[in-house]
Design a protein around this ligand. Structure first.
Ligand code: FMN
Length: 332
């Protein structure tokens, strides 16, 4: 059975989104947004802020394990922080070598480390040495920095450093998030290493999944923006694998998730601005995937008061035409 991982996405996939999407089903693993390790050994509250699931045995409320992701350039400090995360209950540590952010790359972390695979080896092996043997260490890379020439060296450096698992976002740093993702490289990496591997990039629907699986030969996939755009995507992929076709969830179900997200933010004391901003950000991605999303985004994009936004979502949710599931096959 295919293994599905909800992608770490800074500023987009927080514990609340992990809770909502892992409750929807289909995901086997989550990863926190990156925790930037630059010069400190972080105290427990920092890890708890990024990963409150540590207080629940390192799992979401639906029981899906959550890896703590660290990003930094100093091998020893990365190892020391990994130890703290593990002592707090992290079921595994993931290391970020893919972040394209300018600030992060200027300080030699994230994707800039891909320029010299030796860096990857040093950091992975320091983290591996630091944490107990039974704790899995994984790394997330891209195919390279400006070109793909070193894609195999990158993967091999992670394996040689002792990681148990590698996730490959099938683009270079310079390619950012622009399509296409180069799934054919995933197949070549898979053949070159013997540790487990997860393929990532541009899976927006079941057809993309099928194509990526066929081209890459992977049996584990990480889904990022596609899972935010269609929160039930992982369940549909799993159903497809089991030989059944699951219609897309109704628009009302999508709106219900957004309203639950508001509730979780409000319980946590998030400001109205923050709540409204996050809902619009989520809707901006949903419109890529859901027929009603584009119009709804237009209708909410200027609403600032969270009560008004909620009333609008609740109203749309109650409309009978929004409560039907959408049969994608019938629609084609
Ligand atoms: C807004 C945003 C934030 C991201 N933050 C992280 C992060 O914290 N750690 C990480 O490893 N990747 C991060 N990524 C990359 C995603 O995990 C994923 O690799 C990328 O979006 C490609 O997958 P997709 O095409 O399915 O979205 C981020 C991507 C986006 C769009």
């Amino acid at each position: 059975m295919t293994h599905l991982v909800l992608a770490p996405m800074e500023g987009l996939v927080d514990w609340r989104v992990r809770q909502l999407l892992s409750a929807t089903g289909g995901f086997d693993l989550c990863v926190t947004e990156f925790i930037r390790v630059s010069q400190n050994l972080f105290p427990a509250h920092v890890f708890h802020r990024y990963c409150p699931e540590l207080l629940n045995g390192g799992k979401t409320l639906s029981g899906v394990p959550v890896l703590v992701q660290l990003m930094g350039h100093d091998p020893e400090l990365m190892g020391e922080n990994a130890v703290v995360a593990v002592e707090l209950g992290a079921p595994g540590i993931d290391i970020n070598f893919g972040c394209p952010s300018k600030t992060v790359n200027k300080r030699e972390a994230g994707a800039s480390l891909l320029k010299c695979p030796e860096n990857l080896y040093e950091i992975v092996s320091a983290v591996r040495r630091a944490v107990p043997d039974h704790i899995p260490v994984s790394a997330k890379v891209r195919l390279g920095y400006s070109d793909k020439e070193m894609f195999l060296e990158i993967a091999r450096a992670v394996e040689a450093g002792g990681a148990q698992h590698l996730t490959v976002h099938a683009r270079t740093k310079m390619e950012g998030y622009k399509p296409p993702a180069h799934w054919e490289y995933l197949a070549r990496i898979r053949e070159a290493i013997s540790i487990g591997m997860t393929g990532n990039g541009e899976i927006w629907d079941v057809a993309d999944y099928q194509k990526c699986r066929d081209i890459s030969g992977c049996d584990s996939f990480m889904i990022g923006r596609g899972a935010i755009a269609a929160p039930d995507l992982a369940t549909r992929i799993k159903a497809f694998d089991g030989g059944t076709h699951l219609p897309r969830e109704s628009w009302a179900d999508v709106l219900a998730k957004l309203l639950s997200y508001c509730d979780l933010m409000a319980e946590d004391g998030a400001s109205e601005n923050h709540q409204a901003g996050r809902i619009k950000q989520w809707m901006a991605l949903i419109r890529k995937s859901h027929p009603q999303g584009a119009q709804c985004f237009e209708e909410i994009k200027r609403i600032r008061a969270i009560d008004e936004l909620r009333t609008k979502l609740q109203h749309d949710m109650s409309l009978p035409e929004n409560q039907r599931t959408i049969d994608l096959i019938a629609a084609e």
